[in-house]
Ligand binder design. Structure first.
Ligand code: PLP
Length: 355
């Protein structure tokens, strides 16, 4: 029985990549050492981090005016690092609130002394849509958006047009949707959904946003960039896996091809849900996420039964986030089309047995 893992993160990784990791684990490139043992100051690792950086920029069609930081602390530490580093001019920042993770970003920004944090959109208590960002009348150091809302299953499919720098938490649809990446001044993502095991955070930033400051060194983008993310010991294994996943992404045809496949997988599920008499998804169709699909029946007991029955069929981790309940299927880049088909077929079977 094939097993599919629909977890929201840490999430499924490409099988091909896992096989490469397995094959190389005891002896990395004839060095006689495991990747788990090599120094971050070695030529072997220099090659890995440099390849990962250039692959990322190429996949995002970005030039040398951008750089990539390989950090730790998760998306959550970026909630703090972004305002610390970018809010120096107007001391006023704008946040679009489209769900729990936007709220967490807002809460952390509010902890920065002398910073005015304005919430410029309100998606309503259900967070079932992506409201347009109004034209901003104040001068802001940046506008922060969450490109994909992991819990509520919404996403921006068109970026807001704004005169101030655009910053995004792209944790859950990083390299899964082909945005015009040059419109972002800074983009960050925890790696554990689309790129690598947990423990690595990617920050892609326009070099013009970097400037020397008195910030603590480990929180200082400019200082980290100057040292190629090697101010201290980076997560070597995670960066190695990220580089393999990026190579795999290139082989799949890049971010554009991934988006096509992700649309195909998501549409399979949404089409089924829209025709279902048992299950429903309550998100504004124009704002539906390509990668996180929440759905429910009208009975908590039946939801529970579905989650258990699916797990018994090898369809794992379909339990919804505690804030919304029900079910959630996460169909990130590494989820094969067959994984979406297996889920759709099982939902149809379950529905036929319970109507
Ligand atoms: C959109 C989004 N932002 C931030 C986070 C927090 O990420 P981390 O656990 O890497 O701090 C998550 C976690 O699921 C997320 O989905």
């Amino acid at each position: 029985m094939p097993i599919y893992n629909y977890a929201a993160g840490p999430a499924t990784l490409p099988k091909e990549v896992l096989k490469t990791v397995q094959a190389e684990l005891l002896d990395y490139h004839h060095s006689g050492m495991s990747i788990l043992e090599i120094s971050h100051r070695s030529a072997l690792f220099d090659d890995i981090i440099n390849q990962a950086q250039s692959r990322l920029l190429k996949l995002m069609h970005l030039g040398s005016d951008f750089t990539v930081l390989f950090l730790q602390g998760g998306g959550s530490l970026q909630f703090t690092m972004v305002p610390l580093n970018l809010a120096g001019r107007y001391h006023r920042v704008a946040y679009a609130n489209t769900g729990h993770w936007s709220e967490r970003a807002i809460e952390e920004a509010k902890r920065i002394p002398n910073l005015q944090v304005d919430q410029v959109t309100d998606a309503g208590p259900e967070f079932a849509t992506i409201p347009p960002v109004p034209s901003l009348t104040e001068q802001y150091d940046y506008l922060h958006i969450t490109t994909n809302n992991t819990i509520f299953g919404t996403a921006y499919h068109q970026l807001p047009q704004t005169d101030c720098p655009l910053v995004a938490d792209a944790s859950s649809n990083f390299l899964a949707e082909a945005y015009p990446f040059d419109q972002f001044d800074l983009l960050y993502a925890g790696a554990q959904k689309n790129l690598a095991p947990a423990g690595l955070t990617i920050v892609v930033v326009k070099k013009s946003c970097l400037h020397p400051s008195d910030l603590p060194t480990m929180l200082n983008y400019e200082a980290l960039a100057k040292k190629n993310s090697l101010l201290n010991t980076p997560p070597v294994f995670q960066i190695y896996v990220a580089n393999l996943v990026l190579r795999w992404l290139e082989q799949q045809g890049g971010v554009e091809a991934m988006e096509e496949l992700n649309k195909k997988k998501a549409n399979l599920i949404y089409d089924f849900l829209d025709g279902s008499k048992l299950f429903h998804n309550d998100v504004d169709p124009a704002a539906r996420s390509l990668v996180n699909i929440p759905f429910k029946t009208n009975s908590k007991g039946l939801d529970q039964e579905f989650i258990q029955a699916a797990a018994d069929h090898g369809l794992l981790n379909l339990k919804g986030h505690r804030l919304v309940g029900g079910m959630r299927a996460s169909l990130y880049n590494a989820m094969p089309y067959a994984g979406a088909v297996a889920l759709r077929d099982f939902m149809a079977e379950f529905e036929a047995a319970h109507l």
